[in-house]
Design a binder for this molecule. Structure first.
Ligand code: ATP
Length: 228
């Protein structure tokens, strides 16, 4: 991959399945942060979740169907191709080596609060700026985020966080580590209370998922008999 982009969003996730919540927040962040592109990176075998996960090739196919109408969205099979458990730090490092772009890692607020359990937490900030999206129903206040970052520093003294203030609803921190400085943003996004868990539950109960996922994803799920 020899891309020459200036600002590249990286949206990692299980996408089990991809849903309208993912798409609408990605588009919102792309616009707000003037990103040239957003790359969706489905994980192979998610390190933290393993039950009820559709095959990687099906999750990739669903993301491909979901994003095809958006020229700013792309799909990477980097983690799936690796064929082993995926760690975000490896993915970000790989992408940082391959693409000439500043990387922005998109993550929901609830997921961010578990960052200390990921592999090599301080290293994550070395390769990308973090865009923490205030997910519907799981928003974090500035104080909660500051507490978490202080706790994070307590565990991993190699990184320190400094609050810079707020610009147009986006809270900005700088992240200083050994030999690097990056940014962490806390941003509101449209309140869409859709989750993959909720979609899988609805399917198991035989309920409709129309308008929660793109039409073609709905058809794909029904044709492949996923999540029954
Ligand atoms: P699950 O319900 O199985 O945990 P999910 O809906 O959270 O799945 P993931 O693929 O795990 O989907 O999410 C990828 C990323 O997208 C995570 O950082 C998550 O926080 C974020 N995300 C998912 N849904 C939303 C939403 N509705 N609004 C904002 N962020 C979201």
């Amino acid at each position: 991959m020899a891309e020459e982009l200036d600002r590249l969003g990286i949206f990692g996730g299980t996408f089990n399945p991809i849903h309208m919540g993912h798409l609408v927040v990605a588009e919102e962040v792309r616009e707000r942060f003037s990103l040239d592109r957003i790359l969706f990176v489905p994980s192979y075998l998610p390190p933290h979740k393993s039950v009820d996960v559709a095959p990687a090739r099906d999750r990739l196919a669903m993301v491909r169907l979901a994003i095809k109408g958006n020229p700013f969205f792309g799909l990477s099979d980097l983690e799936v191709r690796r064929g082993t458990k995926s760690y975000t730090v490896d993915t970000l490092k790989d992408l940082a080596d391959k693409v000439k772009a500043r990387l922005y890692f998109l993550i929901g607020s609830e997921a961010f609060l578990h960052l200390h359990t990921w592999r090599e937490p301080p290293e994550l900030f070395k390769y990308a700026d973090f865009v923490v999206m205030e997910r519907a129903g799981r928003e974090v206040t500035l104080e909660e985020l500051e507490d978490y970052l202080a706790e994070f520093h307590g565990r991993f003294s190699q990184v320190e966080f400094y609050y810079h203030g707020k610009v147009e609803d986006v809270q900005i921190f700088s992240v200083q580590g050994e030999g690097f400085e990056s940014r962490l943003y806390l941003t509101p996004v449209v309140n869409i209370g859709i989750s993959s868990t909720g979609i899988r539950k609805r399917l198991r109960k035989g309920m409709s998922i129309k308008y929660r996922v793109p039409d073609e994803v709905e058809t794909f799920i029904s044709e492949r008999g996923l999540y029954r």
